[in-house]
Design a binder for this molecule. Structure first.
Ligand code: ZN
Length: 337
């Protein structure tokens, strides 16, 4: 009759004792947010939402955890539902109801970092020239300078691609794929107004999606850069720097929509990073696409130093079926400038 002696209070204590451990053994993750605060999480960490399938695919109803947990022989489903209503979200302290999001941040997030993001966004918005006065922004500059000392310029082994929205009446030449003239250059992700930066992608698909997948397709140039290039790598593979990860995955750098409300200041921060990179001797910044999973982009920030070193190997039309459908130009085997 031992079972009769186990009270509901005992079960509740047992539940709280083992819940986190059981949860971790199932998901190998923490609860990162709940349905009440997931939108706020994504606002601060858009890079994680956009680029990490683990975050996008792992959300679960808290009620469905019951059958997965080893204590289901000991605690009834009703008891589980009753006990789990005491659990609170580690992010917003709201009681956990409905859907929860198991996830491990793939880098260390300093205490109150999201508050820091807000402070930096405020400076970027109100007094952008003073960004370096912020201690974290200074750390970013120092980190990029430090990384620069470990990287040598290299010839890119693969071609890169640049696209224009396809217009039927245009006869495309290699010159159409170089940076626009200075007087036409508006502020961009990695360039100040009037500063030419060549935005390239590592895959034709990425070019297409970066231009928002136009129905009429895009004309793409396959470009080789013939001079060694020193690249600041901000992609998933470059995880050794916690500071780079923090800026890369947070709203500081991963805003998918330029000029949209709260996200607007982040183009200032990316331009700040471009300035840091340029001052540290980098010629280009490699960064993941926010519009195409696994797509990689390359912003050539030292464009004017490379203007005689491009070779356009072919120009082709690419459409929404994601296929290269027509080679319109013969291979152009020589640099065209
Ligand atoms: Zn929450």
């Amino acid at each position: 009759m031992i079972e009769d002696e186990i009270t509901l209070q005992d079960k509740l204590e047992f539940f709280h004792l083992v819940f986190a451990e059981e949860f971790d053994s199932i998901f190998s993750a923490d609860i990162i947010c709940c349905e009440k605060c997931v939108d706020e999480f994504i606002k601060y960490w858009p890079g994680i939402y956009i680029n990490d399938q683990n975050f996008q695919t792992y959300s679960i109803q808290i009620s469905s955890l019951y059958s997965m947990m080893r204590f289901c022989d000991f605690i009834t489903e009703d008891e589980f539902n009753q006990f789990s209503s005491d659990l609170v979200c580690p992010r917003c302290n709201h009681e956990l109801r409905g859907v929860i999001y198991p996830y491990n941040m793939p880098f260390n997030v300093p205490y109150e970092f999201e508050q820091l993001i807000g402070e930096i966004a405020k400076i970027a918005h109100e007094t952008p020239f003073l960004l370096l006065a912020n201690p974290f922004a200074l750390e970013v500059f120092q980190e990029i300078t430090k990384i620069s000392q470990t990287i040598e310029p290299e010839i890119l082994s693969d071609a890169v691609f640049r696209a224009r929205i396809f217009h039927n009446e245009t006869v495309y030449t290699a010159a159409d794929f170089f940076a626009p003239p200075k007087e036409k250059v508006a502020e961009g992700r990695y360039n100040h107004a009037g500063k030419q930066v060549l935005y390239l992608s590592e895959e034709p698909e990425t070019c297409f999606h970066e231009l928002r997948s136009p129905q009429e397709g895009v004309m793409i140039a396959n470009i080789s850069i013939k001079k060694p290039i020193k690249v600041l790598n901000l992609t998933m593979q470059a995880q050794e720097s916690n500071i780079i990860n923090l800026i890369r995955w947070s709203s500081l750098m991963s805003s998918p929509n330029e000029g949209e409300g709260w996200h607007k200041p982040h183009y200032v921060f990316t331009r700040f990073v471009a300035d840091c990179a340029k001052a540290a001797g980098f010629h280009a910044i490699k960064y993941p696409s926010v519009r195409f999973d696994e797509g990689m982009n390359l912003a050539l920030i030292s464009y004017s130093d490379y203007i005689n070193d491009f070779q356009v190997d072919e120009i082709f039309l690419f459409n929404e079926s994601n296929t290269k459908i027509e080679v319109l130009k013969q291979r152009l085997m020589e640099s065209l400038i």
